[in-house]
Design a protein around this ligand. Structure first.
Ligand code: UT7
Length: 330
């Protein structure tokens, strides 16, 4: 049975920000150092280029830039924030968290701060946690940031993975609204199944071999899980919000592969004008990909206040989830 449609107090998504490193690496450039081609990468993934961090540029630098843009867009500062969650699998350090670095750099003295590690599903996981914490009265405003320097954990000799990923960060700003509204986060649904660990993992870590390690993936096995699990969690989240797919204005999916995105587009019966696609420019930026895509579509005017957005993502674990949001302020 669908739950009642969410109305009453809510957590609004009032702003977005993003940051991409300056350096762009094209498929042709990659093909000079690994046995691949622009044609293969475009056909199999839709990717044309990716942004890569400069020497010395860290995940926290990307995250801070994205967060600052989200704050300045609505005239707020770090002091106005009560909660900072950074979704990342490529933190600056094993500890402390990247979120605490951002908290200090933004002067967010009142905020609690921590990282969430759910790889490519990190943004929807962090959004769910922030939504629950604001609803539980842990504060008025939260920054949810997806930030990754995946280039640091790629094996640049492994053509089956190194062509797929890029670096970047995106941030959203949530604000508690106590008056009745149908805006804000409408529903979220998360899942995990650790039985699939071996099809997507990093072969390193502090308590295993002490190395940072590299991404290892059986891409075609992950691919087979993707559309099936994403479409099922999308049905669940629509059900939880008592909404129909026709009420969704924009699908803002995780950007791993254009074939997965178009598979979801087909399953949901959405036209080209209702799906945000940035995979060709950004490649797969893991936890950053959804807020980066959202930011691109807000900046160019496609997404505006009052529209219903559907987010979905799947990543290593496996972990996957979806969220429905009516964007902006009432
Ligand atoms: O965001 C986290 C979740 N991750 C994903 O969602 C990724 C999901 N998986 C995928 O996107 C796709 O599976 C890939 C893009 C990773 C691979 O596409 P595929 O159509 O599943 O290809 P494949 O892995 O089955 O490989 C096909 C062929 C192989 O050659 P043979 O065995 O047929 O001779 C590979 O060795 O393509 C070869 N290949 C490449 N060729 C040129 C693999 N990588 C490359 C490459 N350039 N970069």
């Amino acid at each position: 049975m669908p739950e009642a449609s969410k109305s009453g107090a809510a957590n609004l998504m009032i702003s977005v920000g993003s940051y991409l490193p300056q350096r762009i690496v094209t498929n042709d450039e990659l093909a000079m150092s690994v046995d691949t081609s622009d044609e293969w990468i475009r056909q199999r993934t839709g990717i044309a280029q990716r942004h890569i961090v400069a020497e010395g540029e860290k995940t926290s630098d990307l995250a801070r830039n994205a967060a600052e843009e989200a704050l300045s867009r609505v005239g707020l500062s770090g002091a106005d924030i009560d909660l900072i969650i950074v979704a990342t699998s490529t933190p600056d350090d094993t500890f402390p968290s990247t979120a605490t670095k951002i908290q200090h750099q933004l002067g967010a003295h009142n905020a609690i701060a921590f990282d969430v590690q759910a790889v490519c599903a990190g943004f929807v996981y962090a959004l769910d946690v922030a939504d629950a914490m604001l609803t539980a009265g842990r504060g008025q405003r939260a920054l949810v940031i997806g930030a990754e320097s995946f280039s640091k954990i790629l094996d640049w000799q492994d053509r089956s993975t190194c062509v797929l990923f890029g670096d970047g960060a995106g941030a959203v700003l949530l604000e508690r609204c106590e008056t009745e509204t149908d805006y804000g986060i409408l529903a979220t649904k998360l899942h995990a199944d650790g039985a699939h660990r071996d099809i997507l993992y990093v072969d390193g870590g502090p308590s295993s071999n002490g190395n940072v390690g590299h991404v290892r993936m059986e891409g075609n096995k992950v691919f087979r899980h993707a559309v099936e699990k994403l479409s099922s969690v999308m049905d669940e989240v629509l059900d939880a919000a008592a909404m129909r797919v026709e009420e969704v204005d924009w699908l803002v999916p995780h950007q791993a592969n254009i074939r997965i995105i178009e598979g979801m587009q087909k399953k949901m019966g959405l036209g080209e004008d209702r799906v945000v696609k940035t995979v060709h420019e950004h490649a797969n930026t893991s936890a950053a990909s959804i807020p980066l895509a959202l930011s691109a579509a807000v900046n160019d005017g496609r997404i505006h206040d009052g529209q219903v957005l559907a987010f979905e993502a799947i990543g290593g674990g496996l972990v996957w989830g979806a969220a429905l949001v009516r964007y902006g302020r009432p």
